[in-house]
Design a protein around this ligand. Structure first.
Ligand code: RB5
Length: 149
């Protein structure tokens, strides 16, 4: 599993912690920015990372801004991205089991680093359940198709 990471300035510190965790676990990652705490626009960095998932260079994306909200809003504009803002391990688990999340968003200003690492770990290891949940995701895909015509 290869992970594309991105943040804005408000997610920069937490992204370093998440990167350290993933590197310790020898999970292949690439940081698509930003690369300092200078103020930037989260949309630019969400776009860079989710495009890597859509072109299959990376399997999933982890995006971090101040709240995780802006990153999730941007990521979910991309057809095929199922971005989920997770504030605890239960949300991370459900986002995989029920929503087949392929993009995790986190809030650097609201989640402590140790909790964020647990969220990432749960999100990475939890499998999609399929079945009735796939039918629901199919409906989202139909909505995407309508809106992209
Ligand atoms: C930046 O100040 C902040 O607005 C951004 O990181 C994010 O929280 C937006 O949703």
């Amino acid at each position: 599993m290869k992970i594309a990471l991105a943040s804005d300035h408000a997610g920069y510190d937490l992204k370093q912690e998440v990167m350290n965790y993933l590197q310790d676990k020898r999970i292949p990652i690439k940081d698509f920015g930003c690369f300092s705490k200078e103020s930037v626009n989260y949309a630019d960095f969400a776009e860079k990372a989710v495009k890597q998932v859509l072109n299959r260079e990376y399997d999933r994306a982890v995006l971090i801004c101040g709240t995780g909200i802006g990153m999730s809003m941007v990521a979910n504009k991309f057809k095929g991205i199922r971005a989920t803002l997770c504030c605890d391990e239960y949300m991370a688990e459900m986002s995989r089991q029920h929503n087949d999340s392929n993009c995790l968003t986190l809030g650097g200003r609201i989640i402590p680093a140790d909790e964020a690492v647990h969220i990432v770990e749960t999100w990475l290891r939890t499998k999609f359940e399929g079945g009735r949940h796939q039918k629901r995701l199919d409906k989202i895909s139909q909505i995407e198709e309508m809106n992209f015509k």
